[in-house]
Design a protein around this ligand. Structure first.
Ligand SMILES: Cc1cc2nc3c(=O)[nH]c(=O)nc-3n(C[C@H](O)[C@H](O)[C@H](O)COP(=O)(O)OP(=O)(O)OC[C@H]3O[C@@H](n4cnc5c(N)ncnc54)[C@H](O)[C@@H]3O)c2cc1C
Length: 362
């Protein structure tokens, strides 16, 4: 062990496994990761950490998230800023706010989100926009759209870019990452793979859906996304369209690329995008801005969001084995804080005040 504080073996190098490794290294631990997938996946359908749009929108997510998730998300912003600065690698990350809009017919859904945010906080995290103000914020939004909410503190991150940059950073800082290495179901202090068994002070299970056999309340929620290239649209920030049946978000990436997402289906079917999913997402997209009519579809992807019954993440701990999972649709929003809490539990058995509901001792 040399002069290290301890040795951790992490199974799963998704966003949560990588960030947990990052914090354990900061705490002076020696870290080895075991990932069944390749170092460079062929496409973004490989795992949810590559499929995700990368929206960092805690208040907008109040529609779908428990308050504890919003709290994790808000706490994660300063951590993202420090992680992005530390790992370098030109990762596209911005906090230019996000815009939520609705057609007149969907005003009730729109008001429901507004009330949920007002109920959550009295801080000035949201501004209601009139028709002209929506166009000042994002000129390419359809002029018929009359209701808007602007969330100035929200942001986005390029998910593939931060995954790659973290991998480089971890290796540079002494971590071993064993790609193409599937681990058996973990036991305390031991990881077994086809190459042999390895002993650690603590094993950290960050397998996402790979942990389903061990976590009986874990389920997958199917999500479908498109990546389009739309030279006629110049959104500067994530834009959401509220809709009772087909809510969508549009997340800009450099060079007029946009991630359009996402369906949310209670199914663990990982087959390709359905006709229905495509019709819903793309019709809603066209109603948000007709500039998307000539967009080119560059890629489609389907993945499962790992979720517990309450759709909130958990850290499940017993001596020598710590599992972190259940990030649902909030993996990038909430993983920095969740990873920090996981590392704190692994390194010192620490339960962070204010986040008690996340921990489960077994
Ligand atoms: C369509 C879609 C859009 C999304 N958009 C957003 C968004 O905009 N913002 C946001 O915050 N979140 C979003 N999410 C959610 C986010 O993607 C997930 O919450 C997050 O990726 C979960 O990360 P994870 O590291 O826990 O799991 P994963 O990404 O699944 O990582 C687990 C890793 O473990 C590996 N593994 C599994 N079993 C084994 C084994 N036995 N041995 C070795 N390795 C193993 C897997 O290969 C995988 O790499 C989206 C998800 C989907 C599906």
């Amino acid at each position: 062990m040399g002069n290290k504080a301890g040795r951790a073996g992490i199974i799963g190098a998704g966003i949560l496994g990588r960030l947990t490794a990052y914090f354990l290294i900061e705490l002076g631990w020696e870290v080895a990761l075991f990932e069944e997938g390749p170092e460079t996946p062929a496409n973004s359908s490989f795992s949810p950490s590559y499929t995700a749009a990368g929206m960092l929108a805690p208040y907008c997510e109040l529609e779908y998230a428990e308050p504890i998730v919003v709290k994790l998300g808000v706490a994660s912003f300063p951590i993202w800023e420090s992680v992005v600065k530390t790992v370098g690698g030109d990762v596209f990350y911005q906090r230019e706010g996000s815009l939520v809009v609705a057609h007149q017919n969907d005003k009730n859904e729109f008001l429901r989100l507004k009330r949920a945010v007002e109920h959550f906080t009295s801080e000035p995290v949201m501004k209601q926009l009139k028709r002209d103000e929506i166009r000042e914020c994002e000129p390419d939004v359809d002029p018929k759209i009359s209701d808007g909410l602007f969330f100035p503190h929200e942001g986005q991150i390029d998910t593939g870019a931060i995954m790659r940059a973290l991998s480089v950073h971890l290796k540079k800082n002494g971590a071993t990452i064993n790609f193409d290495t599937k681990a058996e179901n973990p036991t305390p202090k031991k990881i077994t793979t086809a190459k042999g068994s390895f002993d650690f002070d603590c094993v950290v299970d960050c397998r996402g859906m790979g942990a389903k056999a061990d976590l009986k309340n874990l389920r997958g929620v199917r999500g479908e996304v498109f990546r389009v290239n739309a030279p006629d649209v110049s959104f500067r920030r994530p834009v959401r369209l509220i809709h009772p049946r087909y809510p969508i978000y549009v997340v800009p990436r450099p060079n007029h690329d946009y991630i359009i997402g996402a369906t949310s289906i209670e199914s663990e079917d990982l087959s390709t995008v359905s006709v229905r999913g495509a019709l819903e997402l793309l019709s809603a997209l066209y109603s948000l801005s007709s500039g998307f009519s000539e967009a080119r579809i560059m890629e489609t992807a389907t993945q499962l969001r790992p979720a517990f019954l309450d759709n909130a993440p958990k850290i499940i701990y017993k001596g020598g084995l710590c599992r972190a999972n259940g990030l649902f649709r909030h993996g990038f929003l909430a993983s920095p804080m969740l990873a920090k809490l996981t590392a704190g539990m692994v390194a010192g058995g620490k339960i962070e005040a204010g986040f008690e509901s996340i921990y489960e001792a077994v």
